[in-house]
Write a new protein. Sequence first.
Length: 510
Amino acid sequence: MKNLFTLLIFLTPLAGFSQYGVLDSDFDADGIRSFEIGNLGVTRAYDVAVQPDGKIIVLGETELPQPAGLSSFVIRLFPDGSTDQSFGVNGAVAIAGNLRQMTIQPDGKIVLVGAGEFNNTDAVAFVRLNGADGSTDASFGVSGSYYMPFPQGSFLMDVALQSDGKIVAAGFTTESDTDVLLVRLTQDGTPDNTFSFDGVVKTDASGIDLGSALVIGADGKITVAGATNNDGLLIRYNVDGTLDNTFGNSGIAVQNLGIGSSLFNDVVNGEGDKMYVCGWFNGGPNKSFLVAKFNTDGTPDESFGSLGYSLDDLSLNDDDEAMELVYQPDGRVLVVGDAVITGSVGAMIRFNADGSYDQSFGNGGFVTTSIGVGNVYEAVALQEDLKILTVGRSITQTFDEQATVARYTSGMNVGIGEIDAYIGSTLIYPNPITNNLVTVEYELKSDETVSIELFDLSGKMIAQLQPSIHQKAGSYQKTLVLPRLSSGNYLLNLNTEKGSVSVRATLVDQ
């Protein structure tokens, strides 16, 4: 028997009808939750993720009494912004070291990366917590963590999961003149010896090389974004850790935007495995928001913005920086960071697929939020209901630093229905999915160009299941092959030029 999924319909908002990107008063009454851990006046949030049950995980750092100094923490919030006291101690877990990024496994476990010290030796660090209560996962590494010795200053800046559950992290090592560092661990937290023999790849692109973020494509290839000397940098690796010679110049694509310097802070997959990056460009005298789109070979996609780039000087006379971005299931791109407008403020820009500003979002595509006497946004994630979560830090009147979580409306509505009557009844089966095959049925009310993609609930694209193809009006039935995935909830997204339909799909082990 076929089982009909609830349709999650993403409607493109109509400019003039309602503006989105406003603070959500259902979250901590005014849309903003600021907090301190400890009483030494330093609490910062660096990353945010949403568990399958909708609870919000925030990673940051706080200052502890000497001799401890700065230490990382993970706190869990309910969807309304209140603290979940069942997690850790009073809702939080303290972790030694400097951890900056995390990902949540399909089983709910939380993987964190950064740097730390083990047996008085500097190292890059992996830590895994149980998702239920925040306790250390003793089945991972050594008592829940894995430390890999590297010189002081080496750091893991981002982490992602492969479809087989292996853990990939990117950053940089200061062993020589600073090189891009890529590490892969098995699911149990040990180096993967099928990845460059020892689980480690170091890449010297040109001089000082930094890895800031990574993304894994539908084909399993790994792309690292960062900088080399004064230019933006993309490096693509094959599944075994070798450089992909089909990308850039023997796997390395240096992006020179002209006279000045640039850095890529984040990278995500978009439609057709194209990539979006964000960061900053300084052509003098100040930094500007940088957002760019790249083809699968590492060249700029000139259909986006101006020759593939958008540079936005929000503050006009001071520095702006884009820190993180998300590719929305409706094909728009949301970028967060900070700008200096009578003090530092959290900033967001939302772009349409062609790089134009989304006029339905904020003020002509721009949203700025002032919290305290200054604030910045470090990270962004989408909830299952498609509201926008941002995290960062703010400064109080007494100049204490507080971690800040803010939630905004997105304009992507959840409901049952059709999109402008262009897409009719849509269903997938079986429900739940018990293997890697799924059948999709849909009806087109007119001739359309159709693509089908798979997302996780945070809005991260996992795979393109069907590339864009032109189809006549009528009914269609497609059997699609899914990549190897862990149990959990996903979004299967069907796109046309006129709209998108997403269906929540539940995958369970056989």
